[in-house]
Design a protein around this ligand. Sequence first.
Ligand code: BYC
Length: 330
Amino acid sequence: MYAQMVKTDTTKVRDLSEMSAQERAFQERIDRGEKIEPTDWMPDGYRKTLIRQIGQHAHSEIVGQLPEGNWITRAPTLERKAILLAKVQDEAGHGLYLYCAAETLGVSRDELIELLHAGKMKYSSIFNYPTLTWADIGAVGWLVDGAAIMNQVPLQRTSFGPYSRAMIRICKEESFHQRQGYDIMMKMAGGNEAQRRMAQDALDRFWYPSLMMFGPSDKESVHSAQSMAWKIKINTNDELRQKFVDQTVPQAQYLGLTVPDEHLKWNEDKGSYDFSEPDWNEFFEVLKGNGPCNRERMEARVKAWEDGEWVRDALMAHADKREASRTAAE
Ligand code: BYC
């Protein structure tokens, strides 16, 4: 189902001595920690990598509304409904900031959406899993937003100015999202036996898909080396996955829940947990379009896009009319 939008050999990073004077000056700016702005010269690969990553990130925020949107009408109390509604609206806002950041690189939002709908751009694998119970909404906030924050806090220091500034705002909102998820988990885990079982079941189903959010293992990651040299990425996939496990295990213990990994063990020497890798075959199958909800998610997005056509047309017609009357007045 998916095709890669950018096919560059990014596993090999060129040395400064192999670069043109312009490329070298660019790399030196990155190495000094300067931000790159949209009107600055940049290598084609840098631009394409950013469009791929920011576009994918924007799509994830938009598709990511679907699993949680599923529970807005079924939230257990009015307060929970209002909170979930606000969170899902925040995700829409994150998508919009990110599409705007991508647009500064010379690609339009419409083009990115077309690529997504044609299966030529990805969105995060996690959103191809269903939210079956209310406890899943807790697990999404706690684990999925928790993983997202772990990945996005370092991205506040990414080298591309508009992406880094979007991340600062997004991270503030993600912290609230994670806390609301953990709050749901505290209620469920501290509730009656059936609620406690739902909380454990949600952790069981979301644990490994959350670990997959950080991307393939470092030895399978094709883009990490070049993206880190350009400071598009600040950490490797495995580094962030490890930090996430170390942060989340004590949170699960506090809830009285069991992380579904019989090999999970504190390693005194390295000062972090040893843990089992997710099933990478499952990850690559989800990326190919064969996850539990891939088809449903894409159908929902394409339908929303088609249903919204009249709104886009009306806005364009209104803008054209205003422009015409402004020109006539001049
Ligand atoms: N899912 O070389 P690698 C959210 C792809 S939204 C799907 O390591 P890279 C939220 C990767 O694209 C959270 N595909 O890649 C929203 C590449 O394929 P292509 C979204 C994945 O880019 C609503 C191939 O695998 N966050 O939090 O160096 C509600 C090889 O990977 C995944 C972001 O987008 C995946 N999990 O590193 C709640 C953060 N992982 O493109 C929450 C920004 C890898 O060559 N993105 N692939 O066809 C990043 O930090 C990086 O792009 C990644 C991957 C760490 C995800």
